[in-house]
Design a protein around this ligand. Sequence first.
Ligand code: DHB
Ligand code: MG
Length: 215
Amino acid sequence: MADSDSRAGSRYATKPILDWCAQTHAPHDAALARAFAVPEGVPAIQVGPSEGQLLALLCKLAGAKKAVEVGTLIGYSSIHIARALGAGGHLWSIEFEPRHAAIARDNLAAAGLSDRVTGVEGAGVDVLPTLEPHGPVDVVFIDADKVNYERYGAWAIANLRQGGIVLGDNSFLFGELHEDTDRGRAMRGFHELVAKSCDSVNIPTPDGLVLGIKR
Ligand code: DHB
Ligand code: MG
């Protein structure tokens, strides 16, 4: 069993240190600032600036052209991903809440990315099968309802090219990964599925980010 204490187990990432690193490596331009600032009534549950930048860099490393995102919210991570795909790339981004999808559409237009992103409204489990004709894809980023992560992960594994990457946000499940709940089981199932089909790791962002490269 790997011992999590064998590297001292200290966490040096204080808020001032994390904020300085985000400012230094991943400063917002106007389009990102706009999509990061949630309006009244929209939950502030987007990925952080450093995590958004990490998504972008991983897409670049993978040479990604085609990406699927489950959970647009208002388009902050979508902007990071879509920019990283470059001209000729395309992102299909799924959002369940019509109001969030509408705000995302405006934010993506303000970022000049309307041509590169297709927003699809609906539940991930319903929409994903309709995207299969666009596959195989290079990247799948999952950041939606946690109870369906295992299903989203299965779709990703089935529709990624070999060498393509699957990413899953909130992989610590807000600290509830081990709980005997539907979403606890689903998140553990997601981890195990990715580990079985990919070279994978859990990146210890504040709430965890699973990365798998499909074998
Ligand atoms: C929630 C969802 C997320 O994807 C996240 O990153 C943080 C919080 C939520 O549903 O509360
Ligand atoms: Mg999330």
